[in-house]
Ligand binder design. Structure first.
Ligand SMILES: Nc1ncnc2c1ncn2[C@@H]1O[C@H](COP(=O)(O)OP(=O)(O)OP(=O)(O)O)[C@@H](O)[C@H]1O
Length: 635
């Protein structure tokens, strides 16, 4: 073992260390919030690799967000710099993407497949597919239904039987089939089909699963509670009947993706299928004791959890604030008063600490109201949210040109390219004209577009057209093209907010993609990685973050404001309607549990008597956590 790994192990507590030193066989680590799951996982990966420097086996570690995977990989590369290449650390989707790049041809998927990550593109594909198949397009929710079916690995052929209404079932099955055929014709996959295609590949080619088991001797899963049915069945199919070296870390009190198929059942299935040993990590090193106590009181009201689960223990030392001051509960007369007070509260915190402050709420609408109040108070704040695409015409154009370079006949990429360029340079080029001209001249769409850029536009715009014509025929030199474009983009103009954000996002993406696939990877792989990653810029210092609870999962902040602690908000209207004993109410309770356990130093809970002029009762979770409700307003 190297000194760095020894040091990392020495920093762990005995239960954390015994999880990290786990060797063969399956282990289930049931760990509460702030219990050091990330440290345990990264130390275990590093230890497995550093203990076997002359071995060739690899380690597979999957988590749910690219950000978490990037952080884990960065940490592993510090601990075992010369062994890092033996670890595949990624998301379920990136792992399946790599599997399909290598073996997809067995099921008719070429390795340069496109990934449709934008709903707008998928809707368009669906609409075209239905038109071609002579099917009507009436149901706006059709894509959602298809996604749900795919997440349960239900094929178009099997799907009709999933509906009680036979006529609706057969209509949906036909539409689903048309959509899948259209994806196949375009050699494209959407997020759902990354998992379902990987599952079908493994199921139909058991030899591939055997190769994976031989190559990847140890598998680790972070946030295992978030796996849905399809993902679990993929793991099951990959493991076969004999593979047991699975190390799953989970918290059944942090399942907040029930709507996406995550469920306590997946944990139970894992226990039944792999008979793992279990280790619990109940000590919370993140939150002050009063928050830990509130979290314990809250979550015992749920029944869908491990019966023998130990309550959280407070393990944090060095608290910044004195005992009895770590939680505030405030009541307001209206949502407007609540938003204004949150903004005032944040303004009173030293500016240098704003990047350590977060405002959490159950809904985006509430965050928007508070963002408005913060802006009125002169506090810069941004709502953190996954971005499926860039926002500036510059980066929209760049990524569309890259797609067009790889797929010269892709009309969707051409539309995006022309739309972005027109917006950027004020030109009025038309997609139809370029396609028509290309049909006559036999030149590529890219060449035709570059030739059509009017000579009277700014010299910088013409230079882009020239660069495009030059590099468009050479996908292998795409890195040169990117560098040439980016170095000429304007900098320092504060009015170009989208461009500045996209540039930051691009730098981050470029670094992380290069780390994941190397700088020499071909354009198709670069674009696949780009498609599955969020284009959200990294957080800016001195800015307050606003997040939905879902977006805050896995994160921690010094100061947490949790607004909207009212019935029909948290818990949601839907769960209140379904009642106290519904799974939906349990999920809402877990949402509240996740939210409060993000706080490292201080938690401010608030509610108002009215939201949008509707009277609301204080959230039942406040009483469950043991708080006395304030009799007066803090307006
Ligand atoms: N043994 C330890 N001693 C002191 N601090 C620790 C220890 N282990 C973890 N921590 C700290 O506790 C905090 C939580 O750790 P981490 O982010 O790994 O939690 P987590 O288990 O992934 O939580 P969550 O489920 O909420 O995402 C971090 O600030 C980390 O540095």
């Amino acid at each position: 073992m190297t000194i760095l790994v020894e040091q990392a192990l020495a920093e762990l507590t005995p239960p954390q260390a015994s999880a990290s030193c786990w060797n063969e066989g399956s282990l289930f680590v049931l760990a509460g919030p702030g219990s050091g799951k990330t440290r345990v996982l990264t130390t275990r990966i590093a230890k497995l690799l550093s203990d076997s420097p002359d071995k060739s086996f690899r380690v597979l570690a999957l988590t749910f967000t690219n950000k978490a995977a990037d952080e884990m990989s960065a940490r592993v590369s510090v601990l075992v710099p010369d062994q890092e290449r033996r670890a595949l650390i990624g998301t379920f989707h990136s792992f399946c993407m790599q599997m399909l790049q290598q073996h997809g041809s067995h099921i008719g998927i070429r390795p340069d497949f496109a990934i449709y990550s934008l709903d707008a593109d998928r809707q368009e594909l669906l609409r075209d597919a239905l038109k071609q198949a002579g099917l009507g397009y009436g149901d706006i929710k059709l894509l959602n239904i298809i996604d749900k079916l795919k997440s349960r690995l239900i094929s178009p052929e099997e799907s009709a039987n999933s509906f009680r209404d036979k006529e609706a079932g057969s209509r949906i099955a036909n539409s689903y089939r048309a959509y899948e055929n259209a994806l196949l014709r375009a050699n494209a996959l959407d997020f759902g089909s990354l998992i379902s295609a990987a599952h079908s590949l493994i199921s139909n080619n058991p030899g591939i699963a055997t190769t994976y088991r031989r190559t990847y001797k140890y598998w680790l899963f972070d946030e295992f509670q978030d796996t849905n049915d399809g993902q679990y069945r993929l793991i099951r199919a990959l493991a076969g009947d004999s593979f047991k070296n699975i190390f799953a870390v989970a918290d059944d009190d942090q399942i907040i993706y029930q709507w996406n198929g995550a469920s306590y059942q997946q944990i139970q299935r894992f226990r039944a299928d792999f008979a793992p040993q279990e280790i619990q990590l109940p000590t919370n090193y993140r939150c002050p004791p009063s928050i830990v106590m509130a979290a314990n009181r809250l979550v015992i009201h749920n029944s869908q959890r491990t019966e023998t689960k130990l309550p959280l223990e407070a393990g944090k030392k060095n608290l910044r604030y004195p005992d009895g001051t770590h939680i505030s509960l405030l009541r307001f007369s209206s949502d407007t008063a609540e938003a204004a007070a949150v903004a005032r509260g944040i303004k009173s915190i030293d500016k240098s600490l704003w990047s350590e402050v977060v405002v959490l709420a159950r809904t985006r609408a509430m965050l928007e109201r508070i963002q408005q109040a913060l802006s009125t108070a002169g506090v810069p704040a941004a709502i953190a949210q996954r971005r499926d695409d860039f926002r500036s015409p510059e980066f929209l154009w760049l990524s569309a040109v890259l797609r067009q370079t790889l797929r010269p006949l892709d009309t969707r990429a051409l539309e995006a390219l022309i739309g972005a360029f027109n917006r950027w340079w004020g030109t009025e080029l038309q997609v139809g004209d370029i396609i028509a001209a290309a049909e006559v001249s036999n030149r590529s769409y890219l060449d035709e577009w570059a030739a059509a850029v009017p000579p009277q536009i700014d010299a910088a715009g013409l230079k882009l057209a020239e660069l495009t014509a030059k590099y468009g025929k050479e996908p292998s030199r795409f890195r040169h093209f990117i560098d040439a474009v980016i170095q000429d983009l304007p900098t320092g103009d504060e009015s170009l907010v989208d461009l500045a954000e996209d540039r930051n996002a691009w730098n981050d993406l470029n670094r992380n993609i290069s780390r994941a696939i190397g700088r020499d990877a071909p354009l198709e792989q670069f674009l696949q990685e780009l498609s599955i990653r969020s284009k959200e810029p990294p957080p800016v210092k001195s800015m307050v973050a606003l997040m939905t609870i879902h977006a805050a999962k896995g994160k921690e902040f010094d100061h947490v404001f949790l607004a909207g602690m009212a019935e029909s908000i948290l818990p949601s209207f839907h769960s209140v309607k379904l009642g106290e004993n519904s799974p939906e109410m349990e999920e809402e309770r877990r949402n509240c549990f996740v939210a409060i356990t993000r706080a490292k130093e201080w938690l401010c809970l608030s509610y108002a008597d009215t939201y949008g002029n509707w009277g609301k009762m204080p959230s039942r979770f406040l009483t469950e956590m043991g708080f006395e409700l304030p009799q007066t307003y803090s307006d």
